[in-house]
Design a binder for this molecule. Structure first.
Ligand SMILES: Cc1cc2nc3c(=O)[nH]c(=O)nc-3n(C[C@H](O)[C@H](O)[C@H](O)COP(=O)(O)OP(=O)(O)OC[C@H]3O[C@@H](n4cnc5c(N)ncnc54)[C@H](O)[C@@H]3O)c2cc1C
Length: 522
């Protein structure tokens, strides 16, 4: 099968599918997004955009728009109280900004708002054909391509498919891929509603008020816009039977207990969802790749589901572009699963541990155990400060080389293979000072203490591999640690992950570049 357009089909137009389309368009690859719903959902779901995702949104030119709509930075905390008007019991620990690991910072914007921004940008892009109201029913994949049979009886052919069709993924089940992990850790029920809480919250905005542990009516009030729109959640950990959704009258009652006043909320939507910790056993079958919730489902107590999904496709699309363009071998695409699956497993475990933290805090509040409560609140620092999980993550196996054993330090400040190159100032070829993270985008990068010796090798590698390669110089000084940790150079992938770091020793820069690029590009 040879198809001119679309070369890639993205199944699912959620935040992950739209991010995939945006990335494909940026790399010049035509794609079609098939989204089964005619209109986007309005339920807010995720309300946190992690720092790493904000770094990507900055590169894509939409971070400012996202920030304009977001809650202020101090709203990152959790406040435990009897009700909004009742006594406050505790607050999650304040996280010090400390050493800046990123020029970006996390952001509190509801998923439906981010989705609207992404949709506006993606539908304006060249090379993207967004088709709402077209659901995929069947998938046939062979060595030459993929055929997607749609629910409306039409078929679409593609060279590659990215399945971002959510946790109940049709594509995943069509391919017979199992999830590993725990399918039912409990249930959550969310009521999305409108009502003005400004007078009770304006001077203590937070991401979630956790109410009712002492009064026997536990429910969370999560800020959507911090004034008119809210989600009230009742968590039922350990429940294995899907609970009946609350009626409108019951939902109003839950909200009134949580607020502590007889307010008149306007109920907009009620959702019941499973809390699970699941990771797909396989992420690639031939020309089809799973991404986002189609590949993993985490408890919401971590704020990593959507973020991990967006970063999945950021890992996948540059690889796909190089393989489709002939610069890399097919085996590069296998590293997508090698790299992202372990991150999903780690984020699933981390989110689960935060769920245990919340439940322990609620128990201590209900029991009136102040000493235990103080200890558990302090321990919540490991949840609220997610810097290591978000920016310090690293791949154990994948498209990078472990060439030296003398690597020490934190990935937040020192380049380590398979990790995000740390944020720092670098010198560009024109002599300008640039941000490392914001520069790593389109090609490969050599970060070197002696940039000049890499010029000719880079020129030759550009000819041989057909890729853009840019050379950047290290800026050393007292105000910034050496990102190379005393080594001669690092080679960085288009997704900002370190492909190699080391010393030249007896080798020439030509040899090193040849070995690293041949290996990474399979
Ligand atoms: C209460 C709650 C709080 C959360 N909080 C956070 C948080 O703070 N941070 C975070 O990162 N994550 C959070 N999450 C998780 C987050 O909502 C999901 O991880 C995210 O929606 C995944 O995005 P996705 O694009 O992979 O899937 P989805 O958003 O599920 O999108 C999948 C899309 O595919 C479409 N589709 C499905 N089947 C087909 C088909 N056969 N053909 C075509 N289209 C199809 C669907 O209509 C949908 O539009 C939370 C979730 C919940 C429930």
């Amino acid at each position: 099968m040879t198809s001119v357009e679309p070369r890639v089909v993205v199944v699912g137009g959620g935040p992950v599918g739209l991010s995939a389309a945006l990335l494909l368009s940026r790399r010049g690859i035509p794609c079609t997004v098939l989204e089964q719903d005619a209109q986007p959902g309005t339920h807010p779901k995720a309300r946190g955009i992690r720092t790493r995702t904000m770094e990507l949104l900055t590169q894509w030119g939409i971070a400012d728009e996202v920030r304009r709509e977001a809650l202020p930075a101090e709203a990152s905390r959790f406040i435990y109280c009897d009700s909004l008007v009742g006594a406050e019991v505790a607050r999650s620990p304040q996280v010090e900004a400390g050493e800046r690991a990123s020029l970006a910072s996390d952001c509190r914007l509801a998923q439906n708002a981010l989705h609207s921004i992404l949709l506006k940008h993606v539908t304006a892009l060249p090379r993207v054909n967004y088709r709402p109201g077209v659901g995929v029913a069947h998938v046939k994949s062979n060595d030459d391509g993929v055929v997607l049979d749609c629910q409306d009886g039409s078929s679409v052919c593609a060279d590659y498919v990215i399945a971002a069709d959510g946790v109940a993924s049709t594509v995943r089940s069509e391919l017979g891929i199992e999830f590993d992990g725990d399918a039912v850790l409990g249930y959550g029920q969310s009521v999305f509603w409108r009502g003005d809480l400004h007078r009770w919250v304006h001077d203590r905005l937070c991401i979630q008020f956790i109410t009712g542990d002492r009064t026997g009516h536990p429910a969370n009030i999560a800020s959507v816009d911090g004034r008119h729109y809210w989600v009230t959640m009742v968590m039922q950990p350990g429940t294995v039977e899907r609970p009946t959704p609350p009626t409108q009258a019951e939902a109003r009652d839950i909200i009134r207990h949580a607020v502590g006043e007889q307010i008149e909320p306007e109920i907009l939507d009620i959702a019941t969802w499973r809390i699970s910790a699941l990771v797909a056993r396989q992420w690639r079958v031939g020309r089809v790749f799973l991404a986002g919730d189609a590949a993993h489902s985490f408890p919401p107590t971590g704020g990593f589901g959507m973020n991990t999904g967006i970063q999945d496709v950021h890992n996948l699309v540059w690889k796909l572009a190089l393989v489709m363009g002939g610069a890399a071998g097919d085996a590069l695409l296998d590293t997508y699963e090698h790299e992202r699956k372990q991150i999903a497993e780690s984020n699933a475990a981390w989110s689960r541990a935060n769920g245990v933290r919340f439940r322990s805090i609620s128990r201590a509040i209900a029991n009136g155990d102040d000493a235990d409560l103080a200890r558990l609140i302090e321990d919540q620092r490991h949840h609220v400060d997610a810097t290591d999980q978000d920016l310090g993550f690293g791949y154990a196996k994948g498209a990078f080389l472990l060439d030296t054993s003398d690597l020490v330090g934190s990935a937040l400040t020192t380049a380590l293979p398979g990790h995000r190159f740390p944020e720092c100032r670098l010198r560009s070829a024109t002599g300008a000072t640039v941000s490392s993270v914001q520069t790593f985008d389109d090609g490969f990068y050599i970060v070197a203490t002696e940039p000049l010796i890499w010029r000719h090798p880079a020129f030759q590698a550009v000819q041989r591999f057909g890729l853009p390669i840019e050379i950047l110089g290290v800026i050393s000084g007292a105000d910034q640690p050496d990102p190379l940790g005393g080594h001669d150079a690092a080679i960085v992938r288009p997704d900002g992950i370190v492909a190699w770091i080391g010393n030249l020793g007896a080798r020439s820069a030509d040899e090193v570049l040849e070995v690293v690029l041949s290996s990474v590009l399979s």
